[in-house]
Design a binder for this molecule. Structure first.
Ligand code: ADP
Ligand code: MG
Length: 620
């Protein structure tokens, strides 16, 4: 059959360019990537052979071999795994399978100074071979098939696939080394690379003609913790997670008793680009007695831990378990419970290390918080590891720390939702809280609109939005005595204030729910709040954006009796014709309050007209 040349998909070409020229500081890791693929291929065949034993010829065992040919200047990595058909070769080596990669590359194009190291999280894998190769050939025969195919490319934009012959199933990757890469012909060097990056691979890796494997060839997760170095854990993480940064947390445990399994899970050190992509798969592989079963066992980890990577190896699940049978398996549900308990427990310990935990929380906190309303059973554990920004300081606080700082007479944990912590901390809603030294949590993640309402309480303290009216700030003394004094001295007469509030209600009519005297405001004249039991302002805006709500609920206008403008208005409120004279000002106050909340004002033209009118009067 004649050779057919095909171009790489556009994103592959671009990726190749990045990989070859700027990605890795250490070229030797190309070998780790090829070994990693060979090991995956053996895992896949081992699984297929559970139901089709004829796929594996009798007496043969899985093996990866690395052979250098100094004369031909080639390096060949061979496995007897699942192999690839012609279509597999084109699909797997000519396109990028991982979700999000193409999208990420688009971003790289649009912004010039992107961080190249970030690309590592997509596991460019196979293409790393082009760092040292002037040409790569992949000869492969799929298990169960008699056809063999050869894929060939110089990594410069095109590849070709032609028919070939090959005895036995599996894949041979032949690297034609570049002139400068002779070091990879040296067997000692190759052995030390295997030892350094691939010791955790559970299949024997043979270098040259040596009879002893260059790795320990036992499943890393079954070794004792104290026999595994940090580097070995890291290399294993790179293999399972297909990334190459340091993991933020390593959780390794053995569950014994009614159900037995080993878990080796990692929290990534960087945030994946597709963390919130609903199509994103979780990254925990399920093994049964060392045999890889699937990386798509739904229900193995809860959605709010979907960023975790690693393996679970069960002793009890049946080996002939089909992927479909996994759907509602009670044993799996038990393992899931164990995983949650273990991971949350370790995260709690991890959280004592404030600085590194803060970075982790920045990356994954928004996902974990989904658990607060999804997983009632573990809510208490989850609340322990939650961190939030607050008005107390720059760094995030735990809820326990918040409670320990609560003021005398303070009964609730106060929070406010918004898009940005800095803006929120200046919100008029918080003025009265500040005056009393009461800390307020500043919640800026989208999920924060949902969980405080669902959680209800922590250590017996209720969560309460600072934007709700009826906050009992009266019970708590302002820290600043001067404030209190000036309040008594200069507040308008109660009667005048009542007239003003009635007047505002008459003018603004159906645009507001009520007008009330504010306990919380110190600097602003008015603000809008939601009534006890009404939907939170920020949540309502979110729902409105997503067309979940048509008619917004009405707000309460709070007026600050200590504000000079309010005092002036109160004096005039009882006069004849006040409702006509003060009408423009009332509407302006309402728009002003809306703007402070980041909301749209209904009619900007009307707003302008009123403002001009009032300004003319003020100057004239
Ligand atoms: P990844 O391993 O992250 O999927 P790679 O670039 O390393 O990405 O490999 C791409 C794909 O090529 C693999 O997912 C696999 O389907 C296929 N592949 C690569 N090497 C082998 C091999 N030795 N045997 C079988 N399939 C392979
Ligand atoms: Mg790979």
């Amino acid at each position: 059959m004649t050779e057919k040349r095909q171009p790489f998909r556009a994103e592959v070409s671009r990726l190749l360019d990045i990989v070859v020229h700027s990605l890795y500081s250490e070229k030797e890791i190309f070998l780790r990537e090829l070994i990693s693929n060979a090991s995956d291929a053996c895992d896949k065949l081992r699984y297929e052979a559970l139901t089709q034993p004829e796929l594996i010829s009798e007496g043969s065992s899985f093996k990866i071999s690395i052979v250098a040919d100094p004369k031909a200047r080639t390096l060949t990595v061979t496995d007897n795994g699942i192999g690839m058909s012609r279509d597999d070769l084109i699909e797997n080596l000519g396109t990028i399978a991982q979700s999000g990669t193409a999208a990420f590359l688009e971003q790289l194009n649009s912004s010039q100074k992107s961080d190249m190291t970030l690309i590592g999280q997509f596991g460019v894998g196979f293409y790393a071979a082009f760092m040292v190769a002037q040409m790569v050939e992949v000869k492969s025969r799929k298990a169960g098939s008699s056809e063999a195919w050869c894929w060939r490319s110089d990594g410069k934009g095109e590849f070709a696939v032609e028919e070939d012959n090959k005895s036995g199933n599996g894949t041979e990757v032949i690297i034609y080394l570049k002139q400068s890469e002779d070091e990879f012909l040296n067997e000692d060097r190759l052995r030390s690379i295997v030892n350094r990056h691939s010791d955790h691979i559970a299949i024997p890796i043979m270098v040259g003609n040596s009879e002893t494997p260059a790795n320990r060839a036992s499943a890393l997760w079954l070794r004792n913790k104290n026999e595994i170095t940090a580097d070995q854990y890291k290399e294993f993480y790179h293999h399972v997670a297909r990334t190459f940064e340091e993991p933020a947390l390593t959780v390794h445990w053995k569950a014994e008793g009614k159900i037995e399994y080993t878990g080796l899970l990692f929290a990534p050190g960087v945030k994946p680009f597709d963390l919130f992509d609903p199509k994103r798969k979780h990254g925990v592989k399920l093994y049964v007695k060392r045999v890889f079963i699937t990386d798509e066992a739904e229900g193995l980890v809860p959605p709010y831990l979907r960023f975790m990577r690693g393996i679970i190896d069960s002793e009890d699940l049946p080996l002939n378990l089909s992927r479909e049978m996994l759907q509602h398996n009670p044993m799996l549900a038990k393992i899931r419970q164990g995983i949650i308990r273990r991971v949350l427990g370790d995260l709690n310990k991890f959280s004592e290390n404030k600085e590194t935990y803060a970075k982790f929380w920045d990356n994954f906190g928004a996902v974990i918080k989904e658990g607060l309303y999804e997983d009632l059973e573990h809510r208490e554990e989850l609340l322990k590891i939650v961190r939030c920004r607050s008005t107390y300081g720059e760094s995030a606080t735990s809820l326990a720390e918040y409670v320990s700082r609560m003021k005398e007479g303070q009964e609730a944990i106060y929070y406010i939702n918004g898009d940005n912590a800095e803006t929120l901390s200046r919100s008029p809603h918080l003025e009265g809280f500040k005056a009393r030294g009461i800390e307020v949590l500043l919640l800026t993640d989208q999920v924060d609109d949902f969980w405080p309402g669902a959680v209800i309480e922590f250590e017996g303290k209720k969560f309460k939005s600072a934007t709700r009216a009826g906050q009992d700030l009266e019970k708590i003394k302002p820290t600043n005595d001067a404030d209190k004094k000036s309040e008594k001295d200069s507040s308008p007469m109660e009667g005048d204030l009542v007239s003003l509030m009635t007047l505002l209600k008459t003018i603004l009519g159906d645009s507001i729910k009520d007008v009330r005297k504010s306990e919380r405001l110190t600097d602003s004249a008015v603000c809008l709040s939601s009534d006890e039991g009404d939907i939170d302002i920020h949540l309502e805006r979110f729902l409105k954006q997503h067309n979940q709500i048509r008619t917004p609920s009405l707000r309460i206008m709070e007026v600050n009796p200590r504000h000079p403008l309010v005092k002036l208005l109160a004096e005039k409120a009882g006069e004849d014709g006040a409702s006509g004279k003060l009408s423009d000002i009332a509407w302006l106050l309402l728009d002003q309050a809306k703007l402070m909340d980041g909301e749209n004002i209904g009619d900007p033209l009307e707003f302008n007209r009123r403002l001009s009118k009032v300004l003319v009067k003020a100057v004239g």
